[in-house]
Design a protein around this ligand. Sequence first.
Ligand code: ZN
Length: 133
Amino acid sequence: MKISKVSHISIACRNLESHLKLFSEQLGVPCSGTEEVQSQGVKVAFIELPNVRIELIAPLDDRANLNRFLEKRGEGLHHISLAVDDIESVLSELGSKGVKAIDEKPRSGAGGKRVAFLHPKTTGGVLIELEED
Ligand code: ZN
């Protein structure tokens, strides 16, 4: 099992456009592209910085799980994504160490990468995403 780096930090937004404006116009770091991830019902935008990507995510419609998060916690930090070499072996090793996964099996995330979320109850209250690099 190898975790190589932080892939990205993800921020939950109600409105992607207003967050894009904040990053590009006020903070001066432009967006490098947007994408719809139908499997998760979200629209995603990436802000590329030299050492890490910031991912902005907003619900595509009422069905997205992200709506529940936004209702309960509001906009803000959503998850930290860690790059891993072999997602299945990392999931099984973490499982044997008592770290629970929300996704028992990897699913398709932004950029077609395989991802799986770990349960915040077993990761100190932080939603962690594993992303196969
Ligand atoms: Zn992510």
